[in-house]
Design a protein around this ligand. Sequence first.
Ligand code: GTP
Ligand code: MG
Length: 204
Amino acid sequence: MQIKSAKFVVSNQNVSNCPKTNIPEYAFIGRSNVGKSSLINMLTNQKNLAKTSSRPGKTQLINHFLINDSWNLVDLPGYGYAKVSRSQKNIFQKFITNYFKEREQLISAFVLIDIRHSPLPIDIEFINWLAQNSISFSIIFTKCDKLKPNVIQSNLEKYKLKLQEDWEILPNFFITSSSKFRGKEEILDFIGEVNLSLEKKSNL
Ligand code: GTP
Ligand code: MG
């Protein structure tokens, strides 16, 4: 799928204020600093559509971006950022989990995982929470430019083994690097195919 247009729509902290349009939506979630906003810029061919920072905690709101005037990408705040106060952390967690529970337009989430780390409890907990709540998701491994191919492969295998402790069916995986534009076509083609299947269903 080609991205012909990508426009910022709205930021807010409350799922009830998210756009009322009834178009498919895909959300990016993961630990702070994992590269969610960078990936959105990479996918949309824009440098500053989503705000990025080398310091964790940059994205603090639910941000909607309208793509090709027909579907939404959503940039979310990261979880697991230790430096925000406990009360603020709770607010983040609540409005993030509310978004996933209540947003009917959400078709699928992408959980971003930094390929350099072995499976972290916070990521496994979040993945398990999505699965338990029947929220469809794929996993995107980020920052693959930072490792050699054999290390990428062995870290990927470790992740699969960890998930197999809890789940029989594994989600889709994407291997990406925003700085090297790796994984772009695979993710966009995946979204394109899902959008097409939704269109076909609505024409039945
Ligand atoms: P929060 O909004 O704080 O939750 O972070 P985020 O997940 O949106 O991360 P962001 O996109 O702001 O990126 C965090 C840092 O990682 C920035 O310094 C990016 O330049 C860097 N980064 C993101 N993706 C990649 C990548 O694929 N490769 C490399 N080498 N660096 C990356
Ligand atoms: Mg961000």
